[in-house]
Design a protein around this ligand. Sequence first.
Ligand SMILES: [Zn+2]
Length: 445
Amino acid sequence: MDYPPISFSVSRFKQERLTEQILNHTIDFPWLATQFIIFIFITRLSQKIKHVNLFHFVTFRQAVLPSSGQIVHNIQQRYWNSMEFRILSTDGNARRGIIKTQRGDINTPAFMPVGTLGTVKAMSPDELKEIGAEIILGNTYHLYLRPGTDVITELGGLHKFMNWERPILTDSGGFQVFSLAAIRDIKKTGVHFRSHIDGSPHFIGPIEAMKIQGILGSDIAMVFDECIPYPSSFEYAAKSIELTTSWARICKDHQNEKQALFGIVQGGMYKDLRRKSTEDLINIGFDGYAVGGVSVGEPKEEMHEIIYFNAPLLPPDKPRYLMGIGDFSDMLGAVDAGFDMFDCVMPTRNARNGTLFTSLGRVSIKREEFKYDDNPLDPECACYTCRNYSRGYLRHLFLSREILSMRLNTLHNLFFYLNFFKNMRESIIEKTFMDFRKKWETIIT
Ligand SMILES: [Zn+2]
């Protein structure tokens, strides 16, 4: 007996609804029954089935099966990468939220100290925890070249390797490949480049980037993207976002089950391209969205325009990450625009160079005026450095190039950044973010 083929698919909305119901133990049986009746109606109407019998019911179940698979996948994704984002409060467009991961909560707006080579330079993981770092960033490109994925695989993943049990976000390596690597050849499948360390040839594309990030075992992975230089022509930028979108799709297809994956919006300084890149990424669907390709040498006004233009295009219910921005006024502007996550080497690199951020402004510790200064670096700061050492001593350590200088300076700068974010989060809850912004913009320029 021949039966006509039955095509039936559960829409994305219905899959989501079923997933919710299964997770909440509130399966809506009347709703399911209604769906079944609609199915019978449609099949009878379109395929002229006179009697719905057991065979049709089995076929129905088979037709629904792939969707059931999708529902199971949705549930697994919730539990496996289990990243959840909630907005707790808003003040204008500024959002105070929380990202929940298996390795801990990240309060947003969040600042992520940069741990390029499996260490936040000069800090131990215990010290980072003590000053309130909830997530750090690791660099895929650097860790891939040194120590290499074989070492990290053998030694149990990046968390265990560096003894950091809280969340880690890894970049995809794209930015470094395009900014550091010596020779490169861009293909649809990825980039051929030579190591900046020893000139050895390598290849990283979206598949490789996902594989390396899977080995590192970060909690949040980033898609492999092309970060174009400033300035770039409209034609080049347009071609580039096509490539970045196609790579993003491949990354999504190769997403590791235990990792959240963020898309990266590119498009240079061209608003049309930024919009297109954002829409393309939303169509693919990511756990969070980053804006890349800013602060690459463009004038500040242009950067701010892109930040304010791009933020409202991003889905409001997902974390928004502005990559590589660490200047205080830029971060304040970006939070005002609706961004939630930041990373930058500014606090750590500046600390090693003797530039310290304080409630009195930016301080260059090597200056002569601090030679006999017995005051703490920042009288309002509660960090270990400010509680125990004088400006005169910090100046001496810096000029003597003592290792302790880097440690104490880094500790202060990171503490200052993390405390700044903590106070900014409170200001959003208290609806005084604009006052907070004005105050700090005049102190640290
Ligand atoms: Zn301090």
